[in-house]
Design a protein around this ligand. Sequence first.
Ligand SMILES: Cc1ncc(COP(=O)(O)OP(=O)(O)O)c(N)n1
Ligand SMILES: Cc1ncsc1CCOP(=O)(O)O
Length: 521
Amino acid sequence: MPNFSLYYVTGRSLLPPPPSSYTGPKEDYYLAHLEQALKGGVTVVQVREKDVDGAEFLEVARRTKEVCDKYDVPLFINDRVDVALALKCHCHVGQTDLPARLVRQLLGPDALIGVSVNTPEEMQVVMDEGVADYVGVGPCFGTQTKKNLNPILGPRGVRAVLETLGESEIKAVIIGGITPSTIPNVLAQTPAPLPSGGYRALDGLAVVSAIAASTEPETAARELREMFDRKPAYPSRLLDPGELSADHVVEQAVELLRILKDGEKTPLVHHITNFVVMNDTANLTLAFGASPIMSASPDEAPHLSQLISCLLLNLGTITEAQLNAQKIAGAAANKNRKPVVFDPVGVGATEYRKKSASDLLNTCHVSIIKGNAGEIGALSGLSEVKARGVDSVGKGFKDPATVVKTLAAREKLVVAMSGETDYISDGQVSFTIKNGTFWQEKITGSGCMASAAVALFAGLQHESGPFIAAIAGLLAINVAAEIAAARPEVNGPNTFRAALIDACYNLRPEDVRSRAKVQRV
Ligand SMILES: Cc1ncc(COP(=O)(O)OP(=O)(O)O)c(N)n1
Ligand SMILES: Cc1ncsc1CCOP(=O)(O)O
């Protein structure tokens, strides 16, 4: 079976004009361009020629095969089984082309056959048929390269297809809008959890324009290949689960607070947040020793992303314009390998918020989701806990630890659920925090402040990873809240709010160590 890591689907119409250094015949530039892409690391090629006659198709395919043979790279023919047969090539067919079973009869047992798949149901049919060697799953994102893209799957839709594929030996490549900006999110979000405990991941990336339209195909191919081969940027946890005792976790949280309070690091946190909490979360960030920058401009997000330590996205007063800014900032943060914290405020309240959250999670990879029980329930697709507006109502989940762990494993990130007891999981291990005070429920935005605390700890980008950062952020704000509540001047929500910021400012690592009520569950 070939290595499917970088699958180049050709598109002659997308080629840029030949550079001045190219001296060969203009019509052959396609082959020179292809050869550069092969040098850059393309592992599989497909000739995809729309709107050309059979004779021209055959000639392009024949010459393409000569170049691919030189690099020992397998060649697939798109749609045209006759051309594949004539040239002894492999073949890729879509859902409306000749059925894979017939293609197999025509090409024989040695040819490789690929089939396009758009849904888990189509995936199941391909598996039941047992003819295809690989599937092209997509379109993942919108693209100019193909007409009639319906539906666009997003990385999470691709994950649903991979979930059906499970441990099957059929290979899977993703296609549609795969570029250096979308790849980090694609690689982070698509692996599907398997019942056996592992993950089913993609076997490769299939691209058309990312190489075909490039003036430097070798560099473009090399970048795509390296991105596919590289491991995720920000691992969720570095410790072995067995090592993670509550004492261990508290000590790590204490160490992170020490780094902040000693001024060893001053994380710059970019907040794209709601206007209700903006002042409080900015002050809280400063009080802990980090720096906030509040900006909802899509124009400055890519530049900002190079400077910041963490991005915090909050759905509280989301609008189309703000969602657009959050998507641009999220994708830029992924590209620059900066952690992203997401607070899905009120996601259960309306369809619009649900769609916005899903849009965002499809556009960028988030390291930590911090929400209340209503929000975590809505993201998990559960109705056991209801939301009223942005608040969670009722007694909570019967088994909150499992809810949080399941969502974390599915989304491959850290989930932190705040409430009277906080639950934090990375999908493998889970902890509770029982610190805090009832006053936190009496002020608006205490959940958003907790997310801001999580974001500034994540901004330390400490080797202990986002799991410990999430625990440290919740622990720090809850211990600060307990200290604030005990202040003699606190006699209502407003005095508590002011005292909380002061307590964050004065919080000492030893306060966290002596007051922490953390348990592994
Ligand atoms: C690797 C790969 N995956 C999917 C496709 C799409 O094929 P199809 O659905 O037949 O659409 P057209 O390419 O014919 O427009 C592909 N070509 N390659
Ligand atoms: C052939 C095909 N099938 C699904 S999307 C697509 C086009 C992908 O093109 P690009 O890589 O330029 O987005």
